[in-house]
Design a protein around this ligand. Structure first.
Ligand code: GLP
Length: 237
C-alpha cells in the first residue's frame, strides 16, 4: 500500500528490471491507472538514459470496431503515452487489430504472435471495478486464450469518457486468463475506492470466476501495488 508517486516509482523499478531480460517482451496495460508509471518511465529515459528500444511491447487487450486511427484504441494510447516518447518504433508495439472485421481471426493472430514473440518478462495489469483483468469479464474461463469479449454494462460505462455517447464499444479482443498468466511476473496496479471491492475479492476471496483477477492467486510471482483507497477492504490492511 502506497501513495501514487511511490507506486509509480516502484512499478517503474519492476519494469526496468524486466527490460534487463535477454530478449525482453513487456506486457502493458492501457487505462488510467498505469499512466503515472508510464510518465515515470519516460522521465527515466529522458534524465537517466533508460533504454527501451531493444524490447517488444504487447498490449493486454484492444477495443473492437474502432477506426485504426481512433485515439482511444489502446495501442494508439500507449504509443502516445509511452513508447513514442522512449524511442520505441511503432512496429515494436503490438495489440489485436482494433479495426479488424473478423474479430475471431484477429484474436487467433494475436495469440500466435504472442507465442512467436516468446515469454513476457512482466505483465502490467489494471483491474476493472468488477474484477476483470484485460477484458476478461466475470465468468471467463480460466483456460481462456486470446478471444473476443462482450463488454459488461459497468465496463462500458467506466470506459465511456473516451467516446461519444453512442460510440462506446460493445466488444473487445483480449488476452485470455491463461494467456495473461503465462508471463513470468504479474504487476497489478489499482487506485481509488472504486477498485476496493474487486481488490479485496482478488486478495482475500476464493479463486472464483466471478472475480477474474483472483486467478492471480495461482501465479507464483505477483506484485500488487495499491493506494490506500484501493487497499481499504483487504483484511489486515
Ligand atoms: C479496462 C481495460 C483494462 C484496464 C482496466 C482498468 O477496461 N480493459 O486493460 O486495466 O479496465 O482501467 P483503469 O486503469 O482506467 O481503471
Amino acid at each position: 500500500m502506497t501513495d501514487a508517486a511511490d507506486m509509480a516509482r516502484r512499478a517503474a523499478d519492476l519494469i526496468e528490471q524486466a527490460l534487463g531480460a535477454r530478449r525482453p517482451v513487456i506486457g502493458l496495460a492501457a487505462g488510467n491507472t498505469p499512466r503515472a508509471t508510464y510518465a515515470e518511465l519516460v522521465r527515466r529515459h529522458r534524465t537517466g538514459g533508460l533504454r527501451f528500444d531493444h524490447a517488444q511491447y504487447v498490449l493486454l487487450d484492444e477495443y473492437a470496431g474502432l477506426p485504426a486511427d481512433h485515439p482511444a484504441c489502446f495501442r494508439n494510447d500507449i504509443i502516445a503515452a509511452l513508447t513514442s516518447r522512449v524511442g520505441v518504433p511503432a512496429q515494436a508495439v503490438h495489440a489485436p487489430m482494433c479495426a479488424a472485421d473478423r474479430l475471431d481471426v484477429a484474436a487467433r493472430r494475436y495469440e500466435s504472435l504472442l507465442a512467436e514473440l516468446g515469454p513476457r518478462s512482466i505483465q502490467v495489469l489494471g483491474i476493472g471495478r468488477n474484477g476483470h483483468i484485460g477484458f476478461n469479464e466475470p465468468g471467463t474461463d480460466w483456460d481462456s486464450r486470446t478471444h473476443v469479449a462482450r463488454l459488461r454494462p459497468e465496463t462500458r460505462s467506466d470506459n465511456a469518457a473516451a467516446f461519444a455517447p453512442d460510440d462506446v464499444p460493445t466488444h473487445a479482443v483480449t488476452m485470455g486468463i491463461a494467456t495473461i498468466l503465462e508471463a513470468d511476473r504479474m504487476l497489478l496496479l489499482a487506485t481509488g475506492t472504486s477498485k476496493a471491492r474487486a481488490i479485496a475479492a482478488t486478495v482475500d476471496g476464493p479463486v472464483d470466476a466471478r472475480t477474474p483477477a483472483s486467478a492471480l492467486q495461482r501465479h507464483p510471482d505477483v506484485t500488487l501495488l495499491l493506494d490506500r483507497d484501493a487497499a481499504r477492504d483487504v483484511r489486515g490492511v
